[in-house]
Design a protein around this ligand. Structure first.
Ligand code: FAD
Length: 514
């Protein structure tokens, strides 16, 4: 095939079908309908397959992006999936929620001249196909006697569980809530990430032998120390996230009608308040809603309020649009659906209606000063710019903190902010206990949490004396012959595929397990 050049590829990004804004603002169905095969292959044909693919540097788990796109473009859809799955457990999730514009797509070479290749949409297309066709690989697993307990079933816990199960450990995931998935389940609404996708990924983990035990708050029912000393676990991974909401601490923030975005989203998503009357979870909903913050959580909260029937929904953010931390697509979708944005605006007091409920916020106008430690320009108040902003509900989406239960009920070392202290291998201060994801880094992203889960799994297998599970023999690149057994000297999880008539180790290729 002739080498593609920036002039020879389709100049326009392949558009993706979306529900019209006026329609979708009234339902919880997925906004973005995804590509079909023709669209996906057209978009894949925009990739230049660069000799030095910088896009991979933008991916926290270094997916072989040109490799999977090349296979997709050639019509080898299963091969495209196998390529992604080597480093990413959840392509259908990441294709939907990763902030691609600041990661792979942000540094795509095509973006120097045209719109970048829609890498996220292609990843989602392949991830959805894999779910539809049950492509997730279940490698030969040679059991070990080791039992590992995982605390928290978010992306960090899921990724760690997958690698440990593949390495032959008996893995039990303990989850405080009644359903697994972490923020993917209770935070991100269905119109961005349908529950069917999460269910399918959990089912894949169960097929690997992972057991989920929900309704189990570790630190209340038993402690981390008890897991090791009494419950027979050889190692523990803690991926409890950072779900403890922050409030602004301004006068009036305990009035009726003030709540955190996490509470609102958990009630709407996990507790299905959105499905009233078939579910009767109460959800306090105002007619004129002000959401403070401009991250993904704020966008989700605002769009949920619109769908639940609020008359008007406002985003109040103290910096400008350029500094808003939400994915660009979410801001765009929120705008299309009718959310009103008030940039450079900061609430200083919530005002009461005389009956203990919110009637308005007192806000101050801001302007941008010098950059702060995060590199973003610091917002400073404009003198004499206070004004009243009428609203009957205030939702805070200004960040979260570490859930304190594990820190309070174990002897694990914490950093000054209450997050778990770990070394480079994600080992905590207690032998055999590892941690990763938001509970170590503070609120971050799905793909970073998954990367941490995998890194911790590698640390745990080293701790237990099992070989690095990321190395296995596989014939993904070779002939599609049946897989034969295990070479004894290769220990447990190592898979060996022998091409007919070729028995020597030189016929084998070592690749990371997906
Ligand atoms: P979590 O996903 O928080 O999972 C932790 C799990 O541990 C939870 O299920 C919790 O119930 C459980 N748990 C806590 N304590 C205990 C205990 N004591 N015992 C048992 N279980 C316990 N990132 C993106 O990349 N893109 C997005 O679009 C995006 N949108 C987001 C939207 C919202 C509303 C939120 C809140 C976050 C969003 N994020 C997004 C961030 C991303 O979801 C998180 O960074 C990621 O989920 C962190 O994964 P985790 O596994 O560390 O923790």
């Amino acid at each position: 095939m002739a080498k593609r050049t920036i002039r020879s590829i389709p100049q326009e990004r392949t558009p993706v079908r979306e529900q019209p804004p006026s329609e979708r603002a009234t339902n919880f169905l997925e906004v973005n309908e995804g590509y079909d095969e023709t669209e996906a292959r057209r978009e894949a044909s925009r990739c230049l397959d660069c000799a030095e693919p910088v896009c991979m540097d933008g991916c926290p788990v270094s997916i072989d992006i040109p490799g999977f796109i090349r296979r997709l473009s050639d019509g080898d859809l299963r091969g495209a999936y196998d390529t992604i799955a080597r480093t990413n457990l959840l392509p259908a999730v990441c294709g939907r929620v990763c902030p691609q514009e600041t990661q792979c797509e942000g540094i795509c070479t095509v973006a120097d001249t045209l719109e970048p290749v829609a890498i996220g949409r292609l990843e989602r297309y392949i991830g959805d196909l894999a779910i539809e066709n049950d492509w997730a690989r279940r490698p030969y697993i040679s059991p070990t006697p080791y039992r590992v307990g995982i605390v928290g079933s978010g992306p960090a816990g899921m990724a760690c569980a997958a690698d440990l199960a593949k390495a032959g450990c008996q893995v039990t995931v303990f989850e405080a809530l009644h359903l697994p998935g972490g923020v993917l389940r209770y935070g991100i609404p269905d119109f961005r990430l349908p529950n069917t996708v999460i269910d399918a990924e959990i089912a894949n983990l169960e097929k690997l032998g992972v057991t989920f035990q929900c309704n189990t708050v570790v630190g209340r029912l038993f402690s981390i120390e008890q897991m090791l000393e009494e419950l027979g676990f050889d190692a523990v991974f803690i991926g409890t996230g950072a779900g403890y909401p922050s409030m602004l601490g301004i006068p009036g923030d305990s009035l009726g009608g003030v709540l955190s975005a996490n509470e609102l989203l958990t009630r709407a998503n996990l507790m299905q308040a959105r499905d009233f009357p078939s579910h009767d979870t109460p959800i306090p909903l105002g007619r004129h809603v002000a959401v403070v913050g401009a991250g993904n959580t704020a966008m989700d909260a605002m769009r949920v309020c619109l769908r639940l029937g609020a008359e008007d929904v406002h985003c109040i953010y103290r910096r400008s649009r350029a500094e808003a931390p939400a994915r660009a697509e979410e801001v765009h979708h929120a705008e299309e659906e009718g959310v009103e944005f008030h940039w450079l605006t900061n609430p200083v007091e919530i005002l009461e209606d005389g009956e203990g409920n919110v009637r308005a916020m007192r806000c101050v106008q801001m302007e941008l000063g010098e950059p702060d430690e995060s590199g973003r320009r610091r917002p400073v108040p404009v003198p004499d710019s206070e004004f009243e902003f009428p609203c009957d509900q205030v939702v805070f989406a200004i960040g979260t903190n570490a859930n304190p239960i594990i820190g309070q009920t174990s002897k694990l070392a914490l950093d000054p902010w209450g997050y778990l202290d770990t070394d480079d291998d994600l080992a905590t201060s207690m032998a055999g206990v590892f941690a990763g994801g938001d509970i170590v880094t503070g609120a971050a992203t799905v793909i970073e949490a998954m990367g941490a889960g995998r890194r911790a799994a590698a640390g745990i297998t080293r701790f237990l004396g099992i070989r690095d599970p990321r190395l296995a023999y596989d014939a993904a690149e070779g002939p599609k012959e049946p897989v034969f057994g295990i070479a004894a000297h290769e220990h447990n999880y190592v898979r060996v595929r022998l091409a007919p008539g070729a028995a020597g180790p030189e016929q084998r290729t070592a690749v990371p397990v997906g």
